[in-house]
Design a protein around this ligand. Structure first.
Ligand code: HEM
Length: 131
C-alpha cells in the first residue's frame, strides 16, 4: 500500500489555518502600538495584503499555488527590495507572526513551532538598513 505524504499545508489545517493566522497577524499589526512602525510601512487598506499573505504562505507550505501562479518568477526578497527594512521592523514582523501562530493553537505544535521559526528567519533575513 502506498500513502501520499501530507504537506505542511495539510498538516497545519489547510487554507482556513493560513487565513486565520494572516488575519490575526494584521489585526495585531493594526492594534498593537509595538507594531506601529511596521504598520506605517504598509498601505492604509490592508485588505489586499490579507489575501496576498494568506495565499503566499499557503502555497509556500505546499498548498494551492495561486500567489506563485499570479507572480511568476517573483521571490519574496525581491518583493521587498524597495522597502527600507531595519532590524527593528523585521523583528516587529517576526514577533507579530509568532504571536499570530501561537494564538491559533494549532494541533500539531511541533510543526507550528517550525513554521514560526522559519518565518522569523525569513523576516530577519530581510533587514538591510540600520535600526
Ligand atoms: C521583514 C519585515 C517585513 C516588512 C517590513 C514587510 C513589509 C511589506 C510591505 C510594506 C509590503 C507592501 C504592502 C503594502 O503596500 O501594503 C509587503 C508586501 C508583502 N509581504 Fe512583506 N514585509 C516583511 C516581511 C515579509 C515576510 C517574511 C513575508 C513572507 C513570509 C512577507 C510577505 C509579503 C507578501 C506576500 C506581500 C504582498 C506581495 C504581493 O502580492 O504583491 N513579508 N511587505
Amino acid at each position: 500500500m502506498t500513502t501520499t505524504p501530507r504537506t505542511p499545508y495539510q498538516a497545519l489545517g489547510g487554507a482556513e489555518t493560513f487565513r486565520r493566522i494572516t488575519d490575526r497577524f494584521y489585526d495585531l499589526m493594526e492594534s498593537e502600538p509595538e507594531f506601529a512602525e511596521l504598520r506605517a510601512m504598509h498601505a492604509p487598506d490592508l485588505t489586499p495584503m490579507r489575501g496576498a499573505l494568506a495565499s503566499f504562505l499557503g502555497g509556500w507550505a505546499g498548498g494551492p499555488r495561486e500567489w506563485f501562479d499570479a507572480n511568476p518568477g517573483r521571490c519574496m526578497f525581491s518583493v521587498h527590495g524597495d522597502f527600507p527594512i531595519s532590524a527593528d521592523t523585521a523583528g516587529q514582523w517576526a514577533d507579530a507572526m509568532e504571536r499570530a501562530i501561537a494564538e491559533e493553537d494549532i494541533e500539531n505544535a511541533d510543526l507550528a513551532a517550525q513554521l514560526s521559526e522559519r518565518l522569523t528567519t525569513m523576516a530577519r533575513g530581510m533587514a538591510k538598513v540600520p535600526a
